[in-house]
Ligand binder design. Structure first.
Ligand code: FES
Length: 187
């Protein structure tokens, strides 16, 4: 497992690898808003600046339904997952009795348009003790945490295990159909 997975590399200098972990083998691009990639290292931001956390752009054009990536924002990993229609239906069929921290599926999904609300952007740190859960392709289950057995649905809602609350969502917005911006909810 990478150093990022245990969340202990917050003070390392950021590198391209730090900002993007492909879990599907698909290409995706991430950069600070309005700033080309190479500038991130050139700027060599101090710890306070990194902690403040500029929004990041994620080019999701290469992700197809069922695809997922992990990106890093404010030194923490976040899941970006593009659900299939079947995964959306399966998540929608869950009821309050199926989970520990009920939230309507609509509150867990985002997208560039209402018709395309099939995207999940959530923290990749388990809400139990912070491990990074593994993606599972077993709708409605979407992630399983190997540390102590918490299982989350495909929208990051806790179904069972010791974690008590859902994977939190960062502020995010879709600037357009292919550009996800994490770190702001302002279009
Ligand atoms: S850290 Fe995930 S279940 Fe304990």
């Amino acid at each position: 497992m990478s150093e990022q997975d245990n969340g202990k590399n917050d003070h390392n200098e950021p590198t391209r690898r730090d900002f993007l972990y492909l879990s599907t083998g698909m290409a995706a691009a991430v950069g600070a808003v309005g700033v080309a990639w190479p500038f991130i290292d050139q700027m060599n931001p101090d710890a306070a600046t990194r902690a403040a956390g500029e929004p990041i752009e994620v080019n999701v054009s290469s992700l197809e339904p069922g695809g997922h990536v992990i990106v890093k924002w404010r030194g923490k990993p976040y899941f970006v997952r593009y659900l299939t229609d079947d995964e959306v239906v399966a998540a929608d069929e869950l009821t309050a009795g199926d989970m520990k921290d009920y939230a309507p599926v609509d509150t867990r999904l985002g997208g560039p348009t209402d018709e395309a609300k099939k995207w999940v952007v959530v923290s990749a740190n388990c809400t139990h003790l912070g491990c990074v859960p593994q993606v599972v392709d077993s709708k409605p289950e979407g992630w399983a945490c190997a540390c102590h057995g918490s299982v989350f649905d495909t929208t990051g809602r806790i179904l069972r295990g010791p974690a008590a609350v859902n994977l939190p969502k960062p502020p995010y917005v879709f600037a357009n159909e292919t550009t996800l911006v994490i770190g702001t909810d302002q279009a």
